[in-house]
Write a protein that binds this ligand. Sequence first.
Ligand code: IVH
Length: 684
Amino acid sequence: MAEPTDAVRSRWNELREQVARHNRLYHELDAPEVPDAEYDLLVRELRALESEHPELADVDSPAQAVGGAASATFAPVTHAVPMTSLDNAMDADELRAWADRVARGLDGATARFVAELKFDGLAMSLRYEDGRMVQAATRGDGRVGEDVTANVRTIADVPERLRGDAPEVLEVRGEVYMSTAVFESLNAEYEAAGERPLVNPRNAAAGSLRQKDPAMTAKRRLSFWSYQLGEVVGGPEFAAHADTLDFMRELGFPVNPEVRSFDTIEEVAAYCAEREEHRHDLEYEIDGVVIKIDDLAQREALGFTSRAPRWAIAYKFPPEERTTLLRDIQVSVGRTGRTTPFAVLEPVFVGGSTVSMATLHNEDQVAVKDVRPGDTVIVRKAGDVIPEVVGPVLSMRPRGAKPWVFPTTCPCSIGSTLVRPEGEADTRCVEPACPFQRDQRIIYWASRGAMDIEGLGERTVVQLTEAELVRDVADIYDLTVDQVEALEGFARISAEKLVGSIQASKDRPLPKLLTALGIRHLGPAASEVLAAEFGTLRRVFEASDDDRAAVDGVGPVISAALSAWYDQAPNREFIDRLDAAGLNFGSEEEAAARAAAKAAIEQTLEGKTIVVTGTVPGYSRGEAEEAITSRGGKSPGSVSKKTTALVVGEGAGAGKLTKAEANGTPVVPADRFGELLETGEIPA
Ligand code: IVH
């Protein structure tokens, strides 16, 4: 392939800059400056250049980001018939209990069950008028979804026009999914191009539907299964669910062939067990079986609870388990010096994604599980998201495998001492100068929930500290474009971008700055109320212990932690350096404006405590917590008996989930977060 000429390079630079700028205007500021068509031309030209000269394309290319960035700009769609969710049955007994409730609801009349596969994708409502597709909307919170019509039109399975006699209005509900074959082939492609792989088919399907450019969705080769009717005007009368499935099939919708009817719940339970055993025999992922009452008159009689139909239930498969080799146990160091042992695993595909690491929490957990390097271990996804080492397969333990011993020195370059204080579960690196801790503090500072500095992730932080351009957090504000440009992997534009986003972070509101300081016990919720009460950073620190402790949501522990932190001279100097760098330390007016904005939001979560772990799609951690606190709820960083619910997303920590399960705290999957905010009720 021809080397790019100077002219090509300069056009490429120009395009990259323009596309990146428009991306930001469109996605983040919601203020596009050019019509979509013009923007699309720029992107297309850039993509064409990059595919002609692959050496120009890299993961940071804005042409890739066009697809990567989730847009928040899809129009809302109010569903004519709400898209409710389903109650779950975790085992055969819960299925039987549901069947008993159904029988009681029908005064003992017998019911016929239809069992369908529970596809692991994204619920979608397709609307047809006079046989033509007019709209496709996501489920959203069940009442209001998002208009993703342009993207759904790229799905080959979704008919544009219906065959035969189509009703005036027809809504078909079903699941958009990515087949495992497509998932694997896309990932092979991404890997070859050095791009970040997709996590799992479900996430990939969700992300693909949120593309701004339908051409990107088309490349993801999504599929669709229809399973339910929504609004129908001017159509035939149906007596049974099975008839509605036939009807959809006749009109040209893809209806999964694995639909079975049963007369007894025992037959249903046996079928569920059989499906579970063969769940991977399919070309797509399923996470359970959906059982519906066939007779539509009986459905009507049973009706709905506040969140779900009484006439259907989802039998959820338990988390999956696999065995793999435990290669090693290593220790990571957090920003507070806390160390966490983790399992280094022979990569294994489990619960829909490849797992190569899993936390082992602390020394005692390793001992309790008695996992040893060299063991074959059982790995599973807790709550279907967090990889967890269940335990060793003792019959396969290699001869001479020794119990693992917690290291006494930190894995960092200065090899500081690790200490486990008496009565505590955690082992800590007690040297504040530990480079690992320092790097983690900077990473935390730049993270989304704190100062949200785009582009300052782990890799870049390590590069900056290794090059000794940055020795502590405050140093980042002195970085120059020239310094960054000299680092490997950076060019002029990317260096400018990073320095720009670092400088932009100076204006973050006070609660973010307080959170970013990473003071022990001080999370976003307490930062929020402290900022509201005291207005400026100086006043937060200068207030008396008692005054701070008296603030609702703060208390003596946090207050004392703030004092202890500020008592240390290096920390006060650090604050002065931030001040000199021009960071926003807050003001009365800003605090008042935040209070006014908060008062305007419906307080659906009043009195509730919602803990979030992992990523909630569409929200940074800080935004998720803000969404909770702004609705009157509390969102502390850990699960306790007081927790109303735990929201669990991709990449969540197993500790919180285990604790929630032990306390019997309801667990809400991240994709139901919107519903929780809206209604204040815990989705089933
Ligand atoms: S019926 C009112 N059937 O599971 C009934 N849902 O956990 C509406 N799902 O939101 C749903 N396969 O996204 C139904 N064969 C199937 C399904 C199915 C997957 C999803 C759907 C729903 C979720 C509830």
